[in-house]
Design a protein around this ligand. Structure first.
Ligand code: FE
Length: 463
């Protein structure tokens, strides 16, 4: 078991890092910062040393006297200090609750593994309503109002999936292993087609970058601002034109100036901005150079969503083994996803080997897994150079931090595991910044440990 005292200490040190970083950003030395916060220098230094708790009164005071938010001084809780958090099938069953809709029991929900570190909100949901047709207008079907979180859904048994797009309603009969990825706020529902068979879904909702700081920032900016800064998706010339117009506005550029600096005809730049045409590769390179961005920044995010969803049938999925050469450890069956979310990966993996290399399942993404069926599997993981292991069984689920090596080994036959990986607050911009940090800079970024200058001074040759 992780040492809770250590966790308290680490949390306090993360508080200290945020407080130190905030004071540095605001160019307050220790004396100024302590005075602003109504603390003695001794009290302030105890906080910076991780030897005192941050009180709500102090957070309140900081948010009043400094241009920051209460949230800026609050670190996240690390509930997976060993790298992996497991919720076993008994714990999941203990969270069972039946929700009624339209006066009847409609779903049984059970929580599965969730961490405070990632935006997964994965539920096991059993369908209690049974229908005998595929009609979206069937009166047994109780629709929801849609929800913010993206929803990746994995189907087990004879489940009907219902979704709406605008005024149109759809029903898709699903089979075990089928999956769907859906965008926010689309109303949807699920029923069973056969009372005698188990029919459930794994509804793996997640917020990604829609929740957290971006949602809080936009909430304060308001509906008008939020509505005005959206970008179209897809590869149409309308979408590329919108991206180009957006960039010219951001860069204070005009069509005439872009034409002059790229050598393109003014009429052509006008057409590209208006969405009457898309730039060819040579034009894109010229436009990128003229606007000071990477060529990728001129390309809209692609999507293949139809009516708000991407449906993937198990029967037609192309499968492969991992690794490709030598003894295969896993068979990979890709599940629903979309280019809108390049950091999201969904797959069903079948465990083929006894003790695969944990490096095979190491990734920059947050990982959620659910043991679907089969025998017990030996889960091994490696976090920060330390190895751990335990058995996992069908119905067990888990969360693994980015960078943790994972291995599922099956000594007693095939085991199938549902895997969903997502990106989160660590965007591509952050990852590019990290690659430019030295080890010392990285440690300071994670937990600032010093004032940004030395009161006694520092000469050029001092380290
Ligand atoms: Fe949902």
């Amino acid at each position: 078991m992780p040492n809770l005292a250590d966790e308290t200490t680490r949390y306090r040190l993360r508080v200290a890092g945020l407080l130190r970083a905030a004071a540095n950003d605001l160019k307050r030395d220790e004396v100024n910062a302590a005075a602003d916060l109504g603390l003695t220098l001794t009290e302030y230094r105890l906080l910076l040393a991780g030897q005192a708790d941050l009180s709500w009164e102090l957070i309140d005071r900081a948010a009043k006297v400094w241009p920051l938010n209460e949230r800026d001084l609050l670190p996240v809780r690390d509930d997976a200090p060993l790298g992996v958090l497991i919720v076993d099938v008994a714990e999941s069953a203990a969270s069972s609750r039946t929700l009624r809709r339209g006066g009847v029991d409609y779903y049984e929900y059970r929580d599965t593994a969730m961490s405070r570190l990632a935006t997964f909100r994965p539920e096991y949901i059993r369908m209690l309503a049974v229908v005998d047709d595929d009609d979206p207008a069937n009166s047994t079907v109780q629709w929801n109002d849609g929800h913010l979180l993206y929803q990746f859904t994995f189907f087990v048994g004879p489940v009907n999936y219902y979704y709406k797009s605008g005024d149109r309603a759809f029903c898709v009969p699903m089979e075990t292993g089928d999956s769907v990825w859906g965008v926010p706020y689309a109303p949807h529902s699920f029923t069973a087609r056969d009372r005698s068979q188990d029919a459930y879904i794994l509804a793996l909702t997640y917020g990604g970058q829609l929740v957290g700081d971006s949602q809080r920032e936009l909430s304060a900016l308001g509906v008008h601002a939020a509505g005005s800064i959206g970008l179209p998706t897809g590869q149409s010339s309308n979408a590329t034109g919108a991206v180009l117009r957006d960039l010219l506005r951001a860069r204070l550029l005009t069509v005439a100036e872009v034409a002059a600096s790229t050598g393109l005809a003014r009429a052509r730049v006008s057409d590209l901005c208006a969405g009457a045409a898309s730039p060819d590769p040579a034009e894109r390179a010229l436009l990128a150079a003229a606007t000071g961005v990477s060529e990728r920044d001129l390309m809209p995010r692609d999507t293949r969503v139809a009516d708000g969803v991407r449906i993937k049938r198990r029967a037609t999925a192309r499968q492969w083994t991992l690794p490709a050469a030598g003894a295969a450890a896993y068979r990979i069956c890709p599940l629903a996803g979309d280019p809108l979310h390049p950091d999201t990966t969904a797959a069903q993996i079948t465990v083929l080997g006894e003790a695969p290399d944990p490096d095979l399942l190491r990734t920059y993404q947050h990982t959620y897994f659910y043991v679907l069926d089969g025998a017990a599997a030996l889960l091994r993981w490696e976090a920060a150079g330390v190895g751990h292991s335990r058995l996992v069984r069908p119905g067990d689920s888990g969360y693994a931090k980015p960078g943790v090596g994972l291995s599922f080994g099956a000594a007693d036959g095939l085991v199938r595991i549902l895997l969903l990986r997502i990106g989160c607050a660590v965007t591509a911009e952050v990852r590019y910044a990290l690659s430019g940090f030295t080890d010392e800079h990285l440690r300071r970024y994670l937990c600032e440990d010093r004032q940004w200058y030395r009161p006694a001074g520092r000469s050029a040759n001092e380290t």
